[in-house]
Design a protein around this ligand. Structure first.
Ligand SMILES: [Zn+2]
Length: 338
């Protein structure tokens, strides 16, 4: 009993046309340091959205939002670092190494085949990794804090001789450590090795949003793996159902939220998802742990190189060999954005 249990939902090989095999993941993302998830650029407020608190509790709350892009871009970069280390990022038609967020992807590397690309020249590959915005369990008022930097007087304090407080120089907003986001991901027609690659990217990525040595640390945990022919409930529906569950159990919904209680409530909510139309399998906790161990083994120092090279080779029949690539000098362009 291991990853084979998911075989009916895996593609045996990469194909150009979709066949409806769908694997759903429930991911818990927890901030471990101050976290900054702004829309774009500095000065913008933290991403948040007014939504209904629960499905039963209909009051409107403002939740933090972790956008698709804020999730996927760092995870793709994690995988691409290792592809680069094995020299598996290919050159595009201009002889430049494949880079994220440019309109000249190589269209041939693992990342391009799996996460897709829109090429300037008209070619396109649809992503087979579908995400949606993830929502915080608790509202923005509980989970955001302000840091105000005050001017210091010569006395070394923030009061002058007359006892007047100094004026604030700067205020910056951040998401507190210990804030939980629940996320639903969908993998469409992926092979077993592609699945291992994507899960590895999720579990190995530890920095999101605005990143410095001090901010942006997050931890991801996979709480559920499903197989079927349809998508799971949305991230928002999941967060709302967990909210209702806390209320039903008379558990307080306040920061800091206990990890164990949150995981238990989430697992209780998702345990009946196999009753949903198009969802036929949920891995048990033991099976899930076996799958994660399998993924860890493939990403280990002893197996990673062989694993990534095998995955890369799997696309060989689909690579167009119209132009000779892979010779010239590799020029790395900077990957922009988050
Ligand atoms: Zn590429």
């Amino acid at each position: 009993m291991s990853i084979e249990k998911l075989n009916p939902f895996f593609a045996t090989t990469y194909e150009n046309f979709p066949k409806g095999r769908t694997i759903g993941l429930v991911v818990l993302r927890t901030s471990l340091s101050e976290l900054i998830l702004r829309t774009e650029g500095t000065g913008e407020p933290m991403c948040r959205e007014f939504v209904q608190a629960g499905q039963i509790d209909k009051q409107v709350v403002q939740r933090l939002v972790m956008t698709k892009r804020k999730q996927i871009a760092p995870e793709r970069r994690t995988g691409r670092e290792h592809l680069r280390a094995q020299d598996l990022l290919r050159l595009n038609k201009d002889g430049v190494a494949c880079a994220l967020n440019t309109n000249a992807p190589c269209e041939m590397c693992v990342d391009c085949f799996l996460y897709g690309f829109a090429a300037g020249g008209g070619g396109a590959q649809k992503s087979r990794i579908w995400t949606e915005d993830a929502f915080s369990i608790l509202g923005a008022t509980d989970t955001i804090s302000d840091r105000t930097i005050n001017a210091i007087f010569e006395t070394g304090t923030m009061r002058d001789e007359k006892g007047n407080a100094s004026t604030a120089l700067n205020t910056s907003e951040y998401i507190k450590p210990g804030v939980h986001f629940l996320d639903v991901m969908t993998l469409k027609d992926v092979t077993a090795d592609e699945f291992r690659y994507v899960i590895g990217n999720v579990l190995l990525t530890s920095r999101y949003g605005a990143v410095s040595s001090r901010v942006g640390r997050m931890e991801n945990q996979i709480l559920g793996i499903f197989g079927g022919i349809a998508e799971l409930s949305s991230s928002l529906e999941l967060v709302q159902a967990v909210h209702d569950r806390f209320n039903a159990d008379n558990e307080p919904l306040e920061h800091p939220l206990d990890d164990g209680k949150l995981i238990a409530a989430t697992q209780a909510v998702i345990s009946n998802w196999t009753n949903r139309r198009g969802i036929s399998l949920q891995l048990s906790n033991e099976e899930l742990n076996t799958v994660i161990a399998d993924v860890d083994r493939h990403w280990s120092d002893t197996e990673r190189e062989a694993f990534l090279k095998r995955l890369d080779t799997s696309y060989e029949p689909f690579r167009q060999v119209s132009e000779k690539k892979g010779k010239g000098k590799r020029k790395e362009t900077i990957e922009a954005g988050n």
